[in-house]
Design a protein around this ligand. Structure first.
Ligand SMILES: NC(=O)c1ccc[n+]([C@@H]2O[C@H](COP(=O)([O-])OP(=O)(O)OC[C@H]3O[C@@H](n4cnc5c(N)ncnc54)[C@H](OP(=O)(O)O)[C@@H]3O)[C@@H](O)[C@H]2O)c1
Length: 208
């Protein structure tokens, strides 16, 4: 499968690239800092560019089967419109290039998933994650109404732990306290979802 991976220089995106290469996918990454790909650079097609630029995304989109986004704002608490701008660029380019499948990494607590959050989680989502979550919510409305075969993925708090290979995933999950999941396991789900129709037009909440 030909995969375009956004956010490949981030910790979750890097795991997705590893899994895709292990399983024989042909990988293109769109990265604004290609040098941060290090040893992966020689094993993927690297398009230098910005995920919020319609032109850069359109160039990377040509000939792809699936787009996986692991875009994020790292440690910043300001969205800087990243998600709305990237979603608009991706939707436009995907339609233009006739690429229908999009697997998009969000965060548990965004949009309707907030309702099933625990008290501890809601406290974080309402305070320091508020700006990021508001921008993610708008971007996801655009994705849901895009006509693409989207899957929106909602992980709980991410860790750097190694993959366990077992995790909970469902359209809704009961939450207690502040559960976590490793980025490696989230990447496993993103990669599997890209290869299966099972999660098309569905929200996937994922947690240990
Ligand atoms: N931290 C948590 O506990 C948690 C919980 C649930 C969900 N999430 C979500 O999971 C996602 C991934 O998080 P993460 O910590 O693995 O990654 P991250 O550190 O947020 O990395 C983000 C990636 O996005 C790229 N990026 C950002 N802006 C870009 C732009 N304009 N053009 C191109 N690339 C751009 C970064 O590239 P550069 O290398 O150039 O910066 C990097 O590759 C995020 O959306 C985050 O909100 C996080």
């Amino acid at each position: 499968m030909k995969l375009l991976i956004l956010g490949a220089t981030g910790p979750t995106g890097r795991h997705v690239v590893d899994l895709a290469l292990q399983s024989g996918d042909t990988v293109t990454v769109l990265a604004r800092r290609p040098e941060a790909l290090h040893e992966l650079a020689g094993r993927v097609t690297v398009m230098a560019g910005d995920a919020t630029s319609p032109d850069d995304v359109a160039k990377a989109m040509t000939g792809q089967d699936v787009v996986i986004s692991a875009l994020g704002r790292s440690t910043s608490v300001r969205a800087d419109d990243l998600f709305t701008r990237a979603a608009a660029a991706v939707i436009g380019a995907a339609k233009q290039a006739d690429v229908s499948r999009l697997v998009w990494l969000s965060s548990f607590g965004v949009g309707d998933t907030y309702r099933s959050a625990s008290v501890a989680q809601k406290a974080m989502y309402r305070t320091f994650l508020r700006n990021i979550y508001a921008n993610k919510e708008i971007s996801e409305k655009a994705i849901r109404s895009s006509g693409l075969d989207w899957t929106l993925v909602y992980p709980t708090m991410l860790t750097k732990d190694p993959a366990k290979g077992t995790y909970r995933v469902g359209d809704r999950l009961p939450m207690k306290g502040n559960p976590t999941i490793s980025r490696a396991d989230v990447a496993d789900f993103l990669h599997k979802a890209a290869h299966s129709p099972e999660w098309i037009h569905r929200d996937a909440v994922i947690s240990d």
